[in-house]
Design a protein around this ligand. Sequence first.
Ligand code: TRP
Length: 442
Amino acid sequence: MTDANRGNWGSRIGFILAAVGSAVGLGNIWKFPYITGVYGGGAFVLVYLGCILLVGVPIMLAELIIGGRSKRNPVGAFRVLRSEKSPWQLTGWLGVASGFLILAYYSVIAGWSTAYIFKAIQGFSGTTEEIGAQFTNLQNSPLLTIFWHTVFMGLTIAIVIRGVQKGIERWSKILMPILVAILLGLSFYGIFFTSGGVKALSFLFKPNFSQLSAEAILSALGHAFFTLSLGMGAMITYGSYLKKEVNFSRTALTISLLDTVIALFAGIAIFSLVSQYNMEPSSGTGLIFTTLPVLFKETGVLISVPFFLLLTFAALTSAISLLEVVVSYFIDERRWSRTRSTLLLGGAIYLVGILCAAETLKVPFFGKQRSFFQIFDVITTNYMLPVGGLLICLFVGWVMKEKIPPLKSKASTIFYQLVIFILKFLTPVAVALVFLNKLEII
Ligand code: TRP
């Protein structure tokens, strides 16, 4: 298939915005603040930054190289770079399957976020318990949850069906600047207009190592994967739409840096509010849907509506990358049209997502009763992404021969060699450690 049929990015900035759009999602605005709260702040943030540098940037580089060189979806990429029957293709398969499963439950959470835009417009009122109950009601009502999941998947499909330039790139160019503007506005408000700004900054940036547990370190590593969209070929797919060779190591660093800065700003915005009203930063998964709405009662709609818009836009640009991985496989390998792939695969993911929407539907899994939501989350985050990431890293570090064309400047050559060194020796060990420990945790 020719490149023209697959589609490509219109500009370098369009590609960067789409890739940052993929990386910045619920992981940054929902998960990062709440796990930072649970693991005690500063020291956790420091470990997380280390993981981004030692694991995130190298694997991001590896994925971009695979995609940029092969110009294929994750399965086809390994075939083009190795051989027709190479077992490395399984890595790509694992990635396509991960994209399918992650999107199914991701869309359910993103659906809640969409619902909260409308709740915020109506305004939050009532006691803390009543506001908390609103979320439990939404979570426990399959009909409502399925309704918002339908809305969100509909939007995702509508963008992906338009293709790389007219769909993904165009919407990333519209949504990402809005997202950054809202986030800067909220952080500015948090730092200068609430009394919690200083407390939030010291919670995030003043490390207290006595609070650091082994579990915190593992979570930081796992989260580095998830937040940068690594381990399943999302960056292979986005890299494959690059027309010209780019400086892959610099690009990997740029995307990772932007993702990290955005997560930190989300942390500042959220913890300033939480500290102002003396709430607990460690309230866990409900931080955004139960704790924040209580505070939004005081701040009003000018803060709450932009917040949930931010969360939903971030989730949308990530969801399109998850769907694109699956769709690109059917376009490249099965020769399906984009319309057909997007509708059929998007539809299938939507149906599987309905299983995740039913929180109360539990099946036995490793001796425990769990919902589909929990099962998909555990299988993908704890197993499929780390295994996929490890294979991708070993492939580029040790198997692939011609990694990169000669670079123009000496500095970029040195930087590139440094990242490849880390990729060969440090990253696999770090990822293997997380993986082995996760095996015990489950
Ligand atoms: N990175 C996104 C987030 O932080 C989620 C995501 C999108 C993702 N594509 C991915 C995670 C691919 C893992 C793999 O919310």
